[in-house]
Design a protein around this ligand. Structure first.
Ligand SMILES: *[C@@H]1O[C@H](CO)[C@@H](O)[C@H](O)[C@H]1NC(C)=O
Ligand SMILES: *[C@@H]1O[C@H](CO)[C@@H](O)[C@H](O)[C@H]1NC(C)=O
Ligand SMILES: *[C@@H]1O[C@H](CO)[C@@H](O)[C@H](O)[C@H]1NC(C)=O
Ligand SMILES: *[C@@H]1O[C@H](CO)[C@@H](O)[C@H](O)[C@H]1NC(C)=O
Length: 503
């Protein structure tokens, strides 16, 4: 299987190319049994598919592969395929040859938000980055989003040794359960202590936690997040919030470790390494071998986070092997890139949003108290209505690469979504408010011309400002709510942006 992997990184031409993370693990005696990444190949010789996207316009799919063997994903192929529609990540392929692909997580102890209890798929464009200057997309997990494989092949079961790492966005997290990547129950239900061994990232304090106010890398071992051997606080597990975080967890009989560092620079540090928790159920472990991403073992799906790449190994990798893998991740040069596209907005300017759907093109996005609706507005409308239709562009409260929209007539109040309905609410300064009030404009989905934009929610990037029955929502294309209807979606989420009626 030369096209899939070659342990020495020796390609057919005889040129020695630099080893990928899974070549390094194999050399270290702990080969990858799962290798997931939407950003790059994790073996120097891998040129197969990295992930699949499905588009809203016709529900067809395309596989995205690396530009070259061992290289960065061909994001341009995705952009072409997804132009003028929406796209979701439908499969994250396993590069290891073990067949451990991740797909939409099914219902378990907790149902997902889809009609059949499945979790949502991630937007294909929620987490753009560059690797060595080449654009790629990560997996942006909103609450309700999750991937899983309950029939994984070759992953650790029982007390068998394993290792894992993931590269994550250290600025995208919350305190809900559980943004995980790793080993979990095959039933999607909580089968008890020790039935999981997964990386957790976030600031939950319900179980274990570390020093400072978080977020922390911990291990989800089921019925408990552990930051060290004891339950609760392990002060040696520091808050860690680099923009790109490498998080690693590994376990073998009566030994486990948490290690992490900056995925863009430097080495990993060990936050815990030692004996298994003394609480009943964790020694020996009862790992089941399923693979989860973005959810807990029982499909708890309230958490958020971003995943770029990660692997699971068979065997307990040495710290030296992990050091080489970290060096490889640093050399991949993860960096941020623009979250917006299309006509630029100017911070401090006043704008108005006009609907573009045929039959509605005289209607503008206005607030009426805390409600947000569309109304017919023109330069001969009352001053009150003109002000209600005018919005000051602000730097995004939850992410400075995007924007927030402050009411011209109600300073201090911003457009924000709650339960996917758009409201005008006074800022309460919380992380939740700031994130719910942050939007990333992009080229208009139904009109790529100058002055047209679609307004994507930062924390739910499958969702856009949409007028539906003259009320405003953040809607996904064909989702479960009435206002998610695919009919007229593209036009309803495309807005003509003009100078505000008032400022
Ligand atoms: C399981 O993994 C092994 C080793 O990678 C591989 O040879 C085998 O084809 C896999 N089985 C399936 C069903 O994918
Ligand atoms: C997690 O962090 C956010 C932002 O700082 C904070 O509002 C929230 O209370 C924290 N959660 C816990 C459980 O400490
Ligand atoms: C989509 O935009 C085009 C122009 O770009 C317009 O002709 C068409 O009517 C729009 N579709 C709807 C349903 O409004
Ligand atoms: C935001 O507005 C809605 C609608 O009036 C209201 O129910 C909610 O309590 C408001 N939230 C805050 C935090 O002000």
């Amino acid at each position: 299987m030369l096209s899939r992997r070659n342990l020495l990184g020796l390609v057919a031409t005889g040129t020695l190319v630099s080893a990928g993370p899974c070549d390094i693990y194999a050399s270290g005696g702990a080969p990858c049994v799962a290798a997931h990444s939407t950003t790059r190949a994790l073996y120097s010789a891998y040129s197969g598919p990295l992930y699949q996207v499905i588009r809203g316009s016709d529900s067809t799919t395309i596989d995205i592969s690396p530009l070259t063997a061992g290289g960065v994903a061909n994001a341009a192929a995705q952009d072409t395929f997804c132009a003028s529609t929406t796209c979701l990540i439908s499969i994250i392929y396993d590069q290891s040859g073990s067949g451990n692909d991740l797909t939409r997580a099914p219902p378990g102890g907790f149902d997902g938000p889809e009609a059949n209890g499945y979790d949502n798929l991630a937007s294909a464009i929620g987490a753009p980055v560059t690797l060595n200057g080449n654009k790629a997309y990560g997996v942006f997990v909103s609450p309700g989003t999750g991937y899983r494989n309950n029939e994984a092949n070759g992953t650790a079961t029982g007390d068998e040794p394993e290792g894992m790492y993931a590269v994550l966005d250290g600025t995208h997290y919350n305190d809900a359960c559980c943004f995980d990547y790793g080993n979990a129950e095959t039933s999607s239900t909580d089968t008890g202590a020790g039935h999981m061994e997964a990386i957790y990232y976030g600031n939950s304090t319900t179980w274990g936690y570390g020093s400072g106010s978080g977020p922390w890398v911990m291990a989800d071992l089921e019925n408990n997040l552990f930051s060290g051997q004891a339950e609760g606080l392990n002060s040696a597990d520091p808050s860690i919030s680099y923009r790109f975080v490498t998080a690693a967890v590994k376990g073998e009989p009566n030994q486990w470790a948490i290690r992490a560092g900056n995925a863009a620079s430097g080495a990993l540090s060990t936050f815990y390494s030692g004996a298994r928790p003394t609480v009943t159920g964790y020694n020996p472990m009862s790992k089941e071998g399923a693979i989860i991403l973005g959810i807990g073992g029982d499909n708890s799906n309230g958490a958020q986070g971003t995943f770029y790449e990660g692997v699971m190994t068979s065997g307990y990798p040495s710290d030296a092997t992990e050091a080489s893998v970290q060096a490889n991740i640093v050399a991949a040069k993860y960096a941020t890139t623009s979250l917006t596209s299309g006509s630029a907005l100017t911070v401090g300017s006043s704008i108005s949003f006009r609907a573009t759907t045929t039959g509605y093109t005289t209607r503008y996005l206005v607030h009426s108290g805390t409600s947000v609706v569309t109304e017919v507005v023109s330069s001969s409308s009352s001053t009150t209505l003109q002000e209600q239709a005018s919005w000051t562009v602000r730097t995004g409260l939850g992410n400075s690469a995007c924007f927030s929209f402050e009411s011209v007539d109600t300073p201090g109040s911003y457009l924000r979504h709650s339960d996917f309905v758009l409201y005008l609410n006074a800022s309460d300064g919380t992380k939740q408010f700031n994130e719910d009030a942050t939007f990333c404009p992009q080229t208009g989905i139904n009109n790529s011309g100058s002055g047209y934009l679609s307004i994507r929610s930062w924390n739910y990037p499958t969702r856009y400002f949409r007028h539906y029955d003259d009320a405003l929502y953040i809607a996904s294309n064909g989702g479960v709510h009435t206002f998610d209807s695919a009919t007229s979606f593209n036009a309803d989420v495309t807005w003509a942006i003009s100078t505000g009626f008032a400022s």
